[in-house]
Design a protein around this ligand. Sequence first.
Ligand code: CA
Ligand code: CA
Ligand code: CA
Ligand code: CA
Length: 497
Amino acid sequence: MKHSFIIFFLISINFFAQIFVSPDGNDTNSGTIDSPLASIVEAMNLIQPQDTIYLLAGVYKVSEKISITKNGYADSLYCLFGYNGERALLDFSSMEVNSSNRGISLSGTYWHIYGIDVKGAGDNGMHVSGSFNRIEFCTFYENNDTGLQIGNGASDNQIINCDSYFNADPGQGNADGFAPKLDVGSNNYFYGCRAWQNSDDGWDGYMRGNDDVSTILENCWSFKNGYLKSGNASSGNGNGFKLGGSDDKTLMHNFTLKNCVAFDNRIKGFDQNNNKGSMILYNCTAYRNGTNYSIVSTLNDGKIANVTNSISLGNYGTLDNFVEQQTNSWFTPFTVTEEDFISIDTLGVRGPRKSDGSLPDINFLHLANGSDLIDAGIDVGISFIGTTPDLGAFEFDPNITGVLTNEKIKNDFTLEQNYPNPFNPNTSINFSVKNKSFVKLEVFDVVGRKIKTLVNDWKNSGNYKINFEAKELSSGIYFYILNENGQIQTKKMTLVK
Ligand SMILES: [Ca+2]
Ligand SMILES: [Ca+2]
Ligand SMILES: [Ca+2]
Ligand SMILES: [Ca+2]
């Protein structure tokens, strides 16, 4: 009863405009669900902050670049969503192959783009030059350059649960899956993404025009890069994660990779490529790449390379003496064989995502019961099961039989009861965030009117204490709701004057 009430008012409180677009729509329509527009560009012209453009399911044949230029604010995002969990495919295949023919050019800020597929653009599927955007549960495939590229100083973007595959440029040496590269800014974050069979690299952080920037990847899989859709080898670089590099070999890209997996990439799994910045690899797994790990050239002063709790099935490659290493699978007394894993069959790795966009459950490269790699790692600040962290990207859970999940690194958070409660007129609301994520904390009254937005921003992992002041409000029951990456927790508080 209580639940349905809360769900009811969560829906009913949204007074912001919704603009609907359909492949069968018409731009003379009003833009309601029953009378949708035809053109995404027209919807872009109409949208106001906090509005949502819903793309009804279907194939949108688009022949010109879609430029997203409006700037939202931390407390009023623009939203572009596939409607109701269905997929909207933006098919740019009629575009000529040309570096000015990107599919979507996102130069705006504070956009949340969710549930959209981008195919066949004449250049990048999407190019992000704006900051503080969240691109979620989108796919980029068969574009004529990198699927999703981030550049022009763009910073603080979150790329969550996206796939990028079968991208190939005519020369095959440029198209990566995900490319925070060249003049990209800092603090872009990838979570739960997959890149496969791109003609050049899975991820590429090559620098030109900017220096000493930082990028974070968690729970990302990169495989079969350096191969074309046909399965033939490409003439591109073929690395899973290319962690930088620059023309004069001096520029720095600081990468942090946690729980990332590279396999079957043609040349290298995890590749420094003359990057002079810091590279932190925690709990990564590499298998059957040309070379699994390669960090071989000295870094700039003050920069460090660290590979810890990581697995190589097969020869690990080359990590120079300056690379700090602890408890990797190639150290004594560990032995790594196929028997350490439930499966080394890649079955399911490119399978469909769950309905919330998270990665599919697989057995591939998950540790088998009895492996000496279980509970063999050291604590690097990633949550773990058992007495200590395991080696590799997937933590063994003795309580789960059959298909394993990636639960342990799912974003999660706690929302505490406010204190004092009842209160007048000030109270504190504490919450904690485990992984960096987009957090919204809002207060509603008992009929579901939004009273105040207390938080609407990216938060790093940590504990937060927010003061709520209710001097202007009357006595009664209020709700506060924390929304973190789409997961919601609600608590009740009482103002007594
Ligand atoms: Ca290349
Ligand atoms: Ca590349
Ligand atoms: Ca073993
Ligand atoms: Ca463990």
